[in-house]
Design a protein around this ligand. Structure first.
Ligand SMILES: [Zn+2]
Length: 366
């Protein structure tokens, strides 16, 4: 069965303005391009085209979500504040989340693209799929945007599709290098969504993403954070999958697996301090596909989040798409032998100790 692919030109037109990485220009910081700009997404899309892979996938169209759809997760006053600012000249969604004119409509398309791929997977039109959306979503909370994210693409898509398809259990596996605080918050008291986040400890948001955040009420035990020390490579991440992610999925038995997919845990990323390479993303995808085949008829979808190396995001993304589709292109990742050769790629003892703490949380899943 086909692999789905969602992209829309307008995703690239979301404006984040000038910044030094993400700090606003000042008299000590020369204006440059904001870290969350269109280039990484455009170049991922372009490499997909050049490789010939795009034309072998099933194109899933973006259908903008409505205000009512957004309100399944977000506060109405917040939604309308963003809409009002977007109708004018843009603004900031609260902190580190600048946007321009028209970003409201683009963000509705991004959530809609995620929802459409999820719908296609649940409807059986595609086996698995990827939504290359922008702006990203996993930091956005109910009443505020955070960390370049306006609306929670994945939470909105899950809640919209749950209303339509009535599935019982979804698992999210967030491999973005930053904590998926927004997705966590959306389902913190909800045992019907297991949220797992693998991220660099204390990176962003600096005050969240700890083991002790396990969910609350009926949702207690259904949020698993895997904070990792900076410097983790391929071995540490594969160990996280073998010891935490896969056992948790096996225990939970989801109807669908969703990946908030950031490529900022790569060795080339300016905003993260991890060492993954395209082979790591390929292998993590393979492991999730295997779990999805065992547990939920192969139903797996991903929605794009972070990733700030314009040179390297495309190769990581292509590796994921090759694995999802089972189609190997003739494109080689020229960085792969370099990054694979970094000292410290195998699992280190202090990393194993951190992973062991997260492993203890798996038993909390009922
Ligand atoms: Zn990120």
């Amino acid at each position: 069965m086909a692999t789905g692919w969602n992209f829309h030109e307008l995703y690239l037109w979301h404006e984040t303005g000038n910044a030094a990485q993400f700090f606003q220009p000042s008299l000590t910081i020369e204006p440059g391009e904001h870290a969350e700009n269109a280039a990484t997404k455009r170049r991922f899309r372009n490499l997909m085209e050049v490789s010939g892979l795009t034309e072998k996938l099933l194109k899933v169209a973006s259908v903008a979500v409505s205000e009512d759809d957004l309100a399944l997760f977000h506060d109405r006053d917040y939604i309308r504040r963003i809409k009002t600012l977007s109708d004018e000249r843009g603004g900031d969604a609260s902190y580190l989340t600048p946007f321009g004119h028209g970003s409201y409509e683009i963000a509705c398309l991004a959530a809609g693209g995620t929802a459409a791929v999820m719908d296609a997977v649940l409807s059986g039109d595609i086996n698995n799929g990827y939504a290359l959306v922008r702006p990203p979503g996993h930091h956005a909370e109910r009443a505020q945007g955070l960390g370049f994210c306006l609306f929670g693409n994945v939470p909105v898509a899950i809640l919209k599709n749950r209303a339509k398809h009535g599935f019982e259990r979804v698992a999210t596996v967030d491999w973005d290098v930053h904590h998926g605080n927004g997705t966590q918050s959306a389902f913190y008291a909800d045992p019907s969504v297991l949220t797992i986040s693998i991220h660099q400890d204390g990176l962003y948001p600096p005050d969240s993403g700890f083991h002790k955040e396990r969910g609350e009420g009926r949702g207690e035990g259904y949020n698993i954070n895997v904070p990792l020390p900076a410097g983790c490579g391929h071995g540490a991440y594969i160990s996280v999958f073998e010891r935490v992610v896969l056992p948790a999925l096996t225990r939970y038995k989801p109807d669908l697996i969703v990946v908030p997919s950031g490529f900022d845990a790569s060795a080339a990323d300016p905003l993260g301090r991890m060492m993954l390479h395209s082979g790591s993303y390929r292998e993590m995808t393979r492991l999730l596909m295997h779990a999805a085949d065992d547990l939920c008829g192969g139903r797996l979808m991903m929605s794009h989040e972070g990733g700030y190396s314009a040179s390297y995001v495309p190769y990581c993304g292509l590796a994921v798409m090759e694995q999802l589709s089972g189609i190997r292109t003739d494109i080689d990742d020229p960085f792969l032998p370099v990054f694979e050769g970094y000292a410290g790629q195998p699992l280190q003892p202090h990393q194993a100790a951190a992973i062991a703490k997260a492993e203890e949380l798996v038993g909390g899943i009922g």
